[in-house]
Design a protein around this ligand. Structure first.
Ligand code: SAM
Length: 325
């Protein structure tokens, strides 16, 4: 599946739920939000069918995300089916880690080996401020459980927010000295009317400058299967540091992703509201051939780049928790 800009689309991010047990300030508004009705969420067997069709068209990697994937019942059985799917080379999971400790063995038995955990701070009080929930210790225990269970790599996603966790960047990077984790600093993307605004953004150069206070960073050469992170290592560190600068240095020219939302929309870009309905045709009994056409249509509509940082900013209405980060 190749788009108009000759990008081969090999990577599907699948959001299995819009529900989450945290309320991160950069991801969801503070006020209660309407949730999808149970019947409006893709069933696992529907997702598997869509993924199978995607694999036929060249999808080789799936990341399971949310909302919070570990709050959806039956997830482990679904992961097992995915990891066993012929033609799918990689299945990974992104979680906030709150329920990780209790599920880690089952997740491993389901065949998952690579995991991303979101953790923006090492301070329980700041964790509470960001996520509006007091779960820091549970998340850290989840990360440690994944480490003991042999997950590799364990990537820790840190969204950098001015005035909230920007004073901790060196400490967070310092985790890579003690553990073989990949700590990835993500530029905050102002989408979804969360009440967190452009003033919270800190860009790549400043992030790097703050981390370098800890010591010199040696760049790690980019390899063909690497994602969008620029990679670095601190001298003597066991792990590595990544910077994901989707806003200041967009990586659209080699974006190979499509996104399937929990509500059954195929989205062409995280930072645009462009979406093609797939749940409707699916539930009206469409054929696999029709599903293929939907993928091909999505590929043909994928834009050359996102427009979130243009002077006249294009905005994204949907919440990150609904799209799947
Ligand atoms: N609940 C899971 C988690 O917390 O990892 C998966 C879903 S979450 C939407 C996926 C990723 O998106 C997380 O790493 C989160 O930090 C990131 N994210 C959410 N909102 C963001 C924003 N406005 N800017 C940048 N990253 C964001």
């Amino acid at each position: 599946m190749t788009d108009r800009y000759r990008r081969q689309l090999r990577y599907l991010r699948v959001s299995v739920t819009d529900r989450c047990n945290l309320r991160c300030v950069y991801c969801v508004p503070g006020t209660p939000q309407p949730r999808l009705k149970h019947e409006d969420i893709l069933r696992y067997e529907e997702i598997l069918r869509i993924v199978r069709v995607g694999v036929k068209l060249g999808i080789a990697k799936v990341r399971v995300t949310g909302g919070e994937p570990l709050v959806r019942r039956g997830l482990v059985g679904f992961l097992k089916e995915l990891t066993a799917m012929e033609g799918l080379h990689e299945v990974t999971l992104t979680t906030n880690g709150v329920r990780l400790e209790e599920q880690i063995q089952e997740i491993r038995q389901a065949g998952i080996r690579r995991i991303n955990v979101s953790l923006d701070t090492l301070k329980p009080t700041t964790f509470m401020r960001i996520t509006r929930r007091n779960r820091f210790r549970k998340v850290w225990a989840g990360i440690m459980a994944a480490y003991r269970a042999g997950f590799d790599p364990i990537k820790i996603n840190v969204v950098v927010l001015e005035g909230i966790n920007d004073g901790e960047l060196a400490d967070l990077a310092g985790i890579t000295r003690d553990y073989p984790f990949h700590v990835r600093f993500i530029e905050y993307m102002p989408i979804g009317h969360t009440g967190c605004d452009y003033g919270r953004q800190i860009f790549r150069d400043e992030i790097l400058e703050r981390i370098e206070r800890l010591g010199a960073l040696t760049p790690i050469p980019h390899q063909s299967l690497d994602g969008p992170a620029e990679r670095y290592r601190l001298a003597g560190a066991r792990g590595e540091i990544g910077i994901i600068s989707a806003i200041s240095h967009n990586f659209c020219s080699y974006c190979n992703r499509l996104r399937l939302t929990a509500s059954g929309q195929l989205r062409t870009c995280l930072l645009s509201d462009e979406a093609i309905d797939i749940i409707g045709p699916l539930r009206k009994g469409c054929s696999d051939r029709d599903l293929e056409q939907i993928f091909i249509q999505a590929a043909s509509r994928k834009q050359e780049r996102h427009h979130l940082n243009d002077i006249c900013r294009q905005s994204v209405d949907d919440r990150m928790s609904a799209i799947g980060g």
